[in-house]
Structures are given as C-alpha cells and as structure tokens.
Design a binder for this molecule. Structure first.
Ligand SMILES: NC(=O)c1ccc[n+]([C@@H]2O[C@H](COP(=O)([O-])OP(=O)(O)OC[C@H]3O[C@@H](n4cnc5c(N)ncnc54)[C@H](OP(=O)(O)O)[C@@H]3O)[C@@H](O)[C@H]2O)c1
Length: 259
C-alpha cells in the first residue's frame, strides 16, 4: 500500500483526501491518502520517514518550512520559496508548488488585468508568481509589515493596511487565513467596502463562503471561493504523485465527480 497524506495544522477540514482518494480508487488501487496534523517541520519529516509516505500535500502553516526541508525543489517553487506538494524519489523528498497555477486555472474564464492580493504568506507568493507570468499588474496588501519583506524584489505595489490607497482592481483576492476557522475579514470592513465599490471579481482561496465573500456578494460582485483552486492544484499534485501515468484531464474529471 502506498501512503499519501496532507500535512498541516489544522487538517480536519481538508477535502484533499476526498479528491485524491477518488483518483486512487479508480487508477491506483494500492494507494491511500490520509490527513496528518503536524506542528513542525521536524514532525513532518519524522512522519514522512516512519510511515514511508510516497507523496504529500502541504498546507498552512508549513509550506515555507517544507521548502527548507526538501532535498530538491523543482519548477516555480524555487522562485516562490514555499511548496505545497512533496514527492518521494528513492530516499529524496522532491518539492513542487502547484498553488499558483491551480488558482489561475480556476479563474480562466475571468478577464483580468489588475489584481489586488490580500495576504503575504506562501499562497500569496505562489499566486503572484503566476499572475506576473500572465502579465497582470499586481498589488499586495498585508496586515503587518514583516512578511512583505519577501515581496520587495518583485515588480508589484506593496502596502500595509496603514498606507493602502483604494483604487480599482479587476480581481480582489483573499489569500489570508481570515475566515478559515473564524469570522474575521482579511482587512478592515470600511476599506473592503470602498474596494468593492470599484471592483469586478472577488475570490477567496478558502473553499467555503467566508465573511469576505459574503460582503462582496452584498455589493453584487461576482465571487468564487477556493473550491476550484483546490481541485486544480490537486490535479497538478496528483499528476506528480502518479508520476504522469494518468492524464491531467482524467484526474480532473475524476476529482470533479466527487467534489
Ligand atoms: N483552495 C486551495 O486549494 C488553497 C490552496 C492554498 C491555500 N489556501 C488558503 O489560503 C490561505 C493562506 O494560506 P497560506 O499558506 O498563504 O497561509 P500563511 O502562510 O499562514 O499566511 C497567512 C497570511 O494571512 C494573514 N492573516 C492571518 N490571519 C489574518 C487576519 N485575521 N486578518 C488579516 N490577515 C490575516 C497573515 O498576515 P500577517 O503577516 O499580518 O500575520 C499572512 O499574510 C489559507 O486560508 C489556506 O487555507 C487554499
């Protein structure tokens, strides 16, 4: 039996087992995907070794730690500095990042040129990388200053809540964890309301209706939660888990059947 898992904290809410097991039950019957709550990089590595994990998804708050502990980092993850997917190659942990392209596929039908990203964690790094590759004009705003340091080299506009100036954006995206396990908005309500008056599309990486999305709906904006991002980043990860033996189209179809 090949064992796959999601590493994170929390992981109880995760739908990753649902979508990955759907693919395994059809195309790789000797594989199973479980949830593993870990509190640190050391714990993650210990479980990886002891259970001989074949591949893993990595979620909040371990994406940057997983980048550090991987034996090899491939593709865009090298520029991002955070990973969401680990694959065993012999004794090596090989790491990738599928979040940015996963999100991009999830909004492929939206016409976007100018984006505001709220939040400055690992997911923000991934989506901004994909946005810049697409030629979007990007701004980032975060609650505090420290994490914004990581974005200083990029050709984007950088703000904290304090110095943020409201202007119009085609897409306003929440990639903070506000609303994941609480009722917080990712920015003060009065700023969001001004933004929504000038906005067009609003998306959240969290895959449920957050207070942020509810507020955007009140302003009659087109909204999308992170469900399709989850599926598409999962398609790219599962393709790596199965080492390309099943096509991305087949993986996507199977995941969408159960989601
Ligand atoms: N749908 C999907 O497939 C998918 C994929 C990836 C991620 N996600 C979701 O994306 C979110 C971010 O993930 P991540 O890995 O980037 O997390 P992370 O690295 O932990 O980043 C956290 C960010 O959220 C901000 N934040 C946390 N609580 C906040 C609050 N109450 N108000 C305002 N800002 C707050 C932090 O600001 P400070 O710097 O000020 O602390 C920081 O910028 C998570 O909710 C995750 O579930 C979804």
């Amino acid at each position: 039996m090949k064992l796959y898992t999601i590493f994170g904290n929390p992981v109880g809410h995760s739908k990753s087992p649902l979508i990955h097991n759907a693919v395994f039950s059809k195309y790789s019957k000797d594989a199973r995907y479980i949830r593993t709550l870990v509190n640190s990089g050391e714990e993650l590595k210990k479980v990886w070794k002891e259970l001989e994990i074949s591949g893993a998804s990595v979620t909040v708050p371990h994406k940057e730690t997983a980048f550090q502990l991987a034996d090899e980092v491939r593709g865009v993850a090298k520029d991002i500095g955070a990973v969401n997917c680990l694959v065993r190659e012999g004794d090596k942990i090989v790491a990738y990042n599928t979040d940015g392209d996963g999100f991009l596929y999830s909004i492929v039908d939206w016409c976007i040129k100018k984006v505001l990203v709220i939040g400055a964690g690992g997911t923000a790094k991934a989506v901004i990388h994909s946005f810049l590759k697409e030629g979007f004009k990007v701004s980032i705003v975060n609650r505090s200053e420290k994490r914004l340091e990581d974005f200083k080299e990029l050709p984007i506009d950088i703000f904290t809540w304090e110095n943020f100036e409201v202007s119009s954006f085609d897409l306003i995206l929440n990639v903070t964890s506000a609303g994941l396990n609480d009722d917080f908005l990712p920015m003060p309500k009065e700023i969001l309301e001004k933004l929504f008056q000038k906005g067009r599309y609003v998306a959240d990486a969290i895959y449920k209706e957050t207070p942020f999305l509810k507020l955007a709906k009140k302003h009659e904006l087109e909204t999308r939660d992170g469900s399709m991002m989850l599926v598409y980043q999962g398609v790219l990860a599962n393709y790596l888990f199965l080492k390309g033996k099943v096509s991305k189209d087949e993986i996507r179809e199977r995941m969408l059947e159960v989601f």
